[in-house]
Design a protein around this ligand. Structure first.
Ligand code: SF4
Length: 511
């Protein structure tokens, strides 16, 4: 692989127009370099802060595969029982897990029944997972009916993993109910290295944190997978993101992925795999790796992937008894491009309305007055996200200046918020710290207002407000009102902003 300063060369296929080209302009704070690989020629001037070399990686196991492949290619080769394959090739892949939920499920079930017959059985009752999570705590009849459709189907098909909720008045009396699918999948041990996991949700890519191929698919594809356990997939080329350097203690993985999306734009990884490596990535917890992979789809990525390591294996220890076989990119694997970041030089970021690549330093937005803060979702509603927010509130000793809504992703996260002690707090739980800071009481676990939804969904933006949110999308109308303005941020930045009523760099409270 050539490591070179890049000169002006032909426009790569993913830069579609002048607007995209503008998005590739570098800001003065860029800590970024790009390495041209033999398959690509990218017209970007380097403002390079070179980083230490990537730490030594374990050699890959290729099984019957003889040519050098990336991690993603290797999973798809094995899943399609082919000794070799190349990006752009269409292959029939055996699916390990198919996940669907209350928004994607009914349509997929309808297609399955239409195409395979009213009395057809799904290909594997233990590999189809059904997780109601989106519009749960609502009186909206159509939303409730969607969950009823899932329940009837699971009964009919004797589905093993249906995380049902029947009593909406108290989620705690529903032991099967989990909450947001992507976090529940990990917590329940359904994410395993080397496997193929598909889901009727664009953020299914979250599971790539476990070193597996995970991507979102539509209803038609899901209906087909329900009947056959297979899907025809085009092999994506891989972009490699190498992040090295010590992570400053005011940054979180959300800042890293906002940095990357800001650099490559919302179309910069269209139908490409995004592989994350480097010493910083190796130091991240599984939940932080999930945040990283969760947002690859905001850059158009087909999937994101972090090579499995001891952190992965330890996380899985008490979650699954099923065997799995991790795979790794071969040393001579061909990457479309390689991007390098020195994480030690990055600063807390936000994505301003109305695109996830509308990156700005949090401190550059200090004059933006906000109306509310939202901490939740598959991106920013995990246990560690709440611990991070609590750390900022505890460090400040102050009260929030705007309504601050907390929506734990799952029932387990909710329990953690009420039971785990926050390090350095003198024995307080997150919930105690949130109460002292004047936050809203943590809500029932679900997707909440991340996707707007029916008007009575908790914390939905029913007015044209300005919100700092730990979610993943800031498109117009995403959290409810079409004129709402959403600033995407890490839990640190969200908590700091709640304390001032303005978009705020968390260093104001953490240093
Ligand atoms: S939390 Fe938001 S982004 Fe995640 S699955 Fe739910 S609606 Fe989608």
């Amino acid at each position: 692989m050539a490591s070179s300063a890049i000169s002006a060369t032909p426009t790569p296929s993913f830069i579609a127009n002048q607007k995209d080209l503008r998005r590739f302009g570098f800001c003065s704070t860029s800590q970024f370099s790009i390495h041209k690989c033999k398959k690509s020629a990218i017209p970007i001037k380097i403002m390079s802060v070179m980083t230490p070399q990537q730490s030594e990686r374990r050699s890959a196991t290729t099984g019957s595969v003889k040519t050098a492949l990336t991690l993603t290619e290797k999973i798809l080769a094995r899943a399609s029982e082919k000794p070799q394959l190349s990006p752009g090739e269409n292959v029939w892949v055996n699916v390990d897990i198919l996940m669907t939920h209350d928004v994607g499920g009914p349509g997929s079930i309808g297609i399955f029944k239409k195409e395979f017959g009213e009395n057809a059985k799904v290909w594997n009752r233990e590999k189809l997972l059904i997780i109601p999570d989106h519009y749960i705590f609502t009186s909206d009849e159509r939303a409730n009916r969607n969950v009823d459709i899932l329940r009837d189907f699971c009964t009919e098909q004797n589905i093993k993993y249906f995380y049902d909720i029947k009593d909406l008045s108290n989620f705690k009396v529903n032991p099967d109910y989990k909450g947001v699918c992507h976090v529940a999948l990990a917590q329940e041990g359904h994410c395993r290295p080397g496997e193929v996991l598909l889901g009727t949700d664009s953020h299914t890519c979250t599971a790539g944190a476990f070193g597996q191929f995970a991507t979102g698919i539509g209803h038609t594809d899901a209906g087909f997978v329900m009947g056959t356990g297979k899907l025809l997939l085009k092999v994506p080329p891989t972009l490699r993101f190498v992040m090295d350097g010590e992570m400053p203690d005011y940054l979180l993985a959300k800042d890293l992925i906002l940095q990357i999306i800001g650099e490559i734009s919302v179309s910069g990884a269209t139908y490409k795999a995004m592989e994350f490596t480097g010493t910083t990535v190796e130091s991240l917890t599984m939940e932080e790796r999930m945040t990283l992979c969760n947002m690859v789809v905001e850059a158009g990525g087909k999937n994101g992937v972090v090579p499995a390591d001891s952190t992965t294996f330890k996380y899985l220890e008490d979650k699954t008894s099923m065997g799995y076989e991790p795979v790794y990119s071969d040393e001579k694997a061909s990457f479309l491009s390689e991007y390098r970041f020195d994480v030690s030089k990055l600063e807390p970021l936000v994505a301003k309305p109305h695109l996830p690549d509308n990156r700005a330093l949090a401190r550059e937005c200090k004059d933006v007055k906000i109306d509310r803060v939202y901490i939740g979702s598959c991106t920013g509603g995990k246990t560690e996200d709440f611990l991070a927010a609590a750390k900022v509130f505890q460090a400040s000793g102050k009260k929030v200046k705007v309504p601050t809504f907390l929506v734990p992703a799952t029932q387990k996260v909710w329990m953690d918020v009420y039971t785990l002690l926050v390090p350095g707090s003198g024995g307080k739980t997150c919930s105690q710290i949130f109460e002292e800071a004047g936050c809203d009481t943590p809500a029932s676990p679900s997707c909440g207002a991340c996707l707007g939804g029916p008007k009575d969904i908790f914390a939905r933006m029913n007015e044209p407000m300005v919100c700092v949110s730990t979610t993943n999308r800031n498109f117009p109308g995403r959290m409810g009102h079409s004129e709402g303005q959403i600033y995407l941020a890490s839990p640190y930045t969200a908590a700091a902003s709640a304390l001032t009523g303005y978009v705020t760099d968390p260093r104001e409270f953490l240093q």
